[in-house]
Design a protein around this ligand. Structure first.
Ligand SMILES: [Zn+2]
Length: 254
């Protein structure tokens, strides 16, 4: 059962109760209280599915557990994460910036795209970055049935483990959307769900300077920052502003 149907039922029940109250088939006050309860249940279920920090369906990591000096000797006050790649030429250019700045990041890859660019995947691993799974194809998991969710995530992780030669332990759901079935699949695959605490909305085409300003303004110690080196599913948009923001952002945060 897709959770969107269940949530729709909640809001539908609230409307029916309000109608019954107005029609005099149910006490108005009683109808209003029941309608409010159903609407609240629907609202709670929906926010748990779409909010990065929602934990009703299972835990999602939004911050680093122990911000501070990393084992490598570098600073790990916050985590830069990049979604939807690999995507030429932006992933390659971003990797150049990260290498120059000696910063390691996490890339949540779209596995079907990774299959087209195995060289970029190898470069991500060789440069010491972490690869997480985003999806096989970039779809809204709330709109998939349970079997489709399981098939997508299972295939995506298997492909990324083959391409990287390493276990893949982290999952960022497309759009951050997840429901109980998706969370159960992640648990079965041993994946930790990682969302974010800071999203400068770089996918909206804002300038590099605005990306830097938004992150610097919002990011507290331990923040997980959501950025995009890819443009799934169509791969049309430029990610140049994100690439251009990476260097100044790192310099400012240091
Ligand atoms: Zn995405």
């Amino acid at each position: 059962m897709r959770i969107l149907y269940l949530l729709g039922l909640c809001f539908g029940a609230a409307l029916v109760l309000l109608f019954l109250g107005r029609a005099g088939r149910l006490g108005r006050q009683k109808a209003a209280v029941l309608a409010l309860a159903w609407a609240a249940a629907g609202g709670l279920g929906l926010t748990a599915a779409v909010l990065p920090s929602g934990s009703l369906y299972g835990p999602a990591v939004t911050h680093l557990e122990a911000p501070g000096p990393a084992a490598s000797g570098g600073s790990a006050q916050l985590a830069l994460t990049f979604d939807d790649g690999p995507y030429e030429p932006f992933t390659r250019e971003l990797l150049d910036v990260l290498r120059e700045k000696q910063v390691r990041a996490t890339f949540f890859l779209v596995a079907s795209q990774a299959e087209r660019h195995p060289d970029l995947v190898r470069r991500i691993v060789a440069d010491g970055h972490t690869v997480g799974v985003h999806a096989w194809r970039h779809r809204d998991f709330l709109k998939l049935d349970d079997a489709e969710k399981r098939a997508d995530l299972t295939r995506a992780r298997a492909v990324l483990e083959r391409l990287t030669g390493r276990p893949v332990r982290y999952w960022r759901p497309p759009h951050g959307f997840r429901d109980p079935a998706a969370m159960q699949t992640a648990r079965d695959l041993g994946l930790t769900v990682v969302t974010w605490s800071t999203a400068p909305r770089d996918w909206t085409g804002i300038a590099a300077g605005d990306i830097v300003r938004r992150v610097v303004k919002e990011a507290e110690p331990g923040a997980i920052v959501l950025l995009h080196d890819g443009d799934s599913p169509y791969y049309r948009a430029s990610r140049q502003p994100t690439v251009d923001a990476a260097g100044p952002l790192i310099d400012t945060l240091r």
